[in-house]
Design a protein around this ligand. Structure first.
Ligand code: NAP
Ligand code: MG
Length: 485
């Protein structure tokens, strides 16, 4: 648990373990941060906001809030850098900067991981083993493309200035997904991190300085929704890349309609994780747990709808509950922790409300018995059984550690239920039969389909959605398309 006690969260038979907290001494937190514009940290023109640790509600720092004039200064800096330096630089020279950034991310990995866990609330095990190494991998991967764009098939001319807005669930990783391909193709960027998680983006700005990246190639403007709106609607932005909710994505699509701007949108999801009766059940249980409790379920491609073949329903649910009872919920900086804090009070409120709708709709709630810390934002790993397709918890993205369980009898019924959603980002299939995997993968309307695994990410593999999950791809060769003419 997050407090000083060191028993497992299990309501069954708690067992002792020694806390293994990662030291935060490696992070040099400043009391306040400015905006990163034209290679320097500058004061915003007035207002600022606080970013907190969601695990303790401790204020970590005061961060400048960029207004329209600040955003304008950042876009001008990006335009100058594009016209004078970056857009003209040979790809093999740009590649050297990307390789350098990738190596510095590796060198400063522990610092980045601790800062990410502090600001976001995610377990250090995840920031250390997933977020930071995958962010470095994106820079390495796109560095390799920078001098080979003519082989990618999307042209070799950069679009120009990219305005990029990212969410709070994978702050550094989403930055890497956006910045690495943009820079590799010769674009310059103005990026707005989420309001609750600006700190690793600001550390990344320091890394750009350390890598001697020419001023103005990367600009970071912190702030809330209004700052994001100023970035995407700025007249001199050529390309908009947005990751976030479907609602905000829709308003951005409207704002840029009829302009010359290129747009990619990575939006929400409600993925089905489909377990057939021939699946190796213990392995499937691991995939289900990873699918919905990884990053507290704050994952756009989370396997939030479990579809179980009726014949193995009882056995699978027994095993799933037993496995969930061993999850350790608590201090994000403890290396034992499996499930950290919910990112904000607002997000916790949303999770609570949709869960109460689940109760009211008649689904049955089961949650891991654990003592949650009294400060910070916490929600226990939870499942709802007896969920029907019409229930809101089966249709709406909950973006938290809450799994809805439905059943099916035949593969056709599984496909129909899996596709019965406005989203189409990802899906999982668990079966021994290779032919069934191929058939299902063909039938499922999802950008990514995992078979006998879940939530695996790789810089070489394109990621993106169908339907209301957005359009465009990030990662892989396909990820270059949005940044080239
Ligand atoms: P969000 O509210 O849409 O916010 C995303 C970003 O947009 C934040 O930086 C936000 O700023 C900013 N923003 C808010 N209003 C804006 C506006 N009118 N114009 C421009 N920017 C605006 O989403 P979220 O709640 O932070 O993130 C969770 C959502 O992201 C989920 O739906 C999840 O599925 C989705 N997501 C998708 C992917 C993917 O690859 N498909 C990956 C990760 C997350 P503030 O933070 O200051 O509000
Ligand atoms: Mg924070």
């Amino acid at each position: 648990m997050a407090s000083s006690t060191s028993t497992s969260t299990s309501g069954g038979s708690p067992f002792e373990y020694a806390p293994a907290p990662e030291s935060r001494a490696i992070v040099d937190l400043k009391p306040s941060y400015g905006l990163f514009v034209d290679g320097d940290f500058v004061d915003g023109r007035g207002r600022s906001f606080k970013t907190i640790s969601p695990a303790t509600e401790e204020v970590l720092a005061e961060v400048a809030e960029a207004d329209e004039a600040d955003v304008d200064a950042a876009v001008r800096a990006a335009r100058r850098a594009h016209t004078r330096v970056w857009g003209r630089m040979p790809g093999k020279e740009r590649a050297k900067y990307l390789f350098r950034i990738a190596r510095i991310i590796q060198e400063r990995a522990r610092e980045l991981a601790v800062l990410e866990s502090l600001d976001n609330g995610k377990p250090i095990r995840e920031s250390r083993d997933v977020d930071v190494p995958t962010a470095a991998a994106h820079f390495f991967y796109y560095a390799g493309w920078a001098d080979k764009l003519e082989y990618a098939g999307y042209g070799t001319t950069p679009v120009g200035v990219a305005g990029q807005v990212i969410p709070w669930n994978f702050p550094l990783l989403m930055l890497a997904w956006k910045v690495a391909p943009a820079l590799a193709c010769g674009n310059t960027v103005v990026l707005k991190p989420a309001e609750t998680t600006p700190l690793t983006a600001l550390l990344f700005a320091e890394i750009c300085q350390q890598a001697d990246l020419p001023p103005g190639v990367v600009n970071i403007v912190t702030g809330a929704g209004a700052t994001g709106a100023a970035v995407v609607s700025h007249d001199d932005v050529d390309k908009v890349a947005f990751t976030g909710s479907t609602g905000v994505g829709r308003s951005i699509a409207q704002a840029v309609a009829g302009t010359r701007k290129k747009v990619t949108l990575e939006l929400g999801g409600k993925a089905a994780n489909v377990v057939f009766d021939d699946a190796p059940l213990d392995q499937a249980v691991e995939g289900i747990v990873d699918g919905i409790f990884f990053n507290q379920g704050h994952v756009c491609c989370a396997g939030s709808r479990l579809l179980v073949q009726e014949s193995v329903y009882d056995e699978l649910l027994d095993r799933l509950k037993r496995r969930m009872s061993t999850l350790r919920v608590g201090d994000p900086l403890d290396k034992n922790t499996d499930v950290g804090a919910i990112n904000s009070g607002e997000q916790l409120q949303r999770i609570r409300e949709l869960s109460e709708v689940g109760d009211a709709e008649g689904a049955e709630r089961w949650e891991v018995a654990c003592d949650l810390p009294t400060t910070g934002f916490w929600f226990p790993p939870t499942i709802f059984t007896g969920v029907s397709q019409a229930h809101r918890i089966a249709r709406e993205e909950i973006f938290g550690p809450v799994l809805s369980v439905l059943t099916f009898r035949t593969p056709h019924e599984a496909v129909e239920k899996a596709n019965n959603t406005p989203y189409g980002l990802s899906a999982g299939i668990w079966t021994e039969k290779g032919s069934r995997i191929l058939w299902m993968a063909d039938q499922l309307r999802a950008g990514v389909v995992w078979a006998n695994t879940f939530n695996k990410f790789d810089a070489t593999s394109p990621f993106g959605g169908y339907k209301e999950s957005g359009y465009g791809r990030e990662g892989g060769r396909h990820g270059l398309e949005g940044y080239l003419r």
